[in-house]
Structure formats: C-alpha cells, structure tokens
Design a protein around this ligand. Sequence first.
Ligand code: SF4
Ligand code: SF4
Length: 142
Amino acid sequence: MKNYSRIISLSFPPMVSGKPVICNLATLFDLTFNILKARINPRHEGHMVLELSGREEAYNQGITYLQEHDITVTPVAQQISRDEESCMHCGVCTSLCPTHALYLDPETRRVEFDCDKCTACGQCTRICPVHAMHVEVEENGF
Ligand code: SF4
Ligand code: SF4
C-alpha cells in the first residue's frame, strides 16, 4: 500500500547527474516520483525537487540508496492549503486524513480544515476530486 509521501530536494555531484538513479527508485523500491523542479546537466552538479511516495520502509531504503550514490537529500518545507472556493464539502478527505486536520463540522455539515493539525502528508491532495487541496513547496532558490 502506498502510504508515505515526502517532498525532497536532491543535489547530484557531476558524475551522478547523467545516471538513472531516480528511475531506479521505481525499479528497485517500487516508489513513485513526481519531479517538481529539475536542473540537470551531466557535466555539472544537478538539482532536483521531487515528491517521493511509497511504503515507508521502501521510502527509507530509497533515501539510503540515493545517499549511497553521493546524492545529498534535504527535506523541503511544505505546507498544505485549501482553495475554499473549490471545496464542495463532499467529505471524502476526512476519512483518510490521519491527523483529523480535515473534519466534518456536525452542525454546519461543512468540512473544516485545521492547518495546525496538518502534517503535510499530502494524501488529501491526491484524493480530492476537485483538487481543492494544494501543496506549497518552499523555494530552494534554484
Ligand atoms: S475532498 Fe476536496 S472537495 Fe471534498 S471536502 Fe475534501 S477538500 Fe473539499
Ligand atoms: S496533508 Fe495529510 S494531514 Fe494535512 S490535511 Fe491533508 S490528509 Fe490531513
């Protein structure tokens, strides 16, 4: 079950930039990745920001694999926000939010979002049918 997801920033030394280490995350560890930003040049140091998802154990193995290939891995600060106009209060997200940051107000029958409880796991961003939940990634300056 794919239940763990983080956004990470990677720095590649020049000799690694041209190698398929990122594709190997899928092949070797059954992880999925979504490249959010990339600046790769085989002869120079490369940078990439990607969202990496999969089982938690496989995720950790994937991070170790990257580090063993001299890639510097840094977690990226991320925050979840909700587009209040798009949300139709269907409640789908409330059943999977692990911290109950998204919850149904029994009086108003509206879905509320308590950002202080949100751990930015990203699960709601993938399930919301109208894409009302967004991941905001802190820019790394490249
Ligand atoms: S799944 Fe999306 S539309 Fe439905 S309540 Fe949650 S944020 Fe709103
Ligand atoms: S990102 Fe995770 S913790 Fe935050 S509201 Fe969405 S499902 Fe809940």
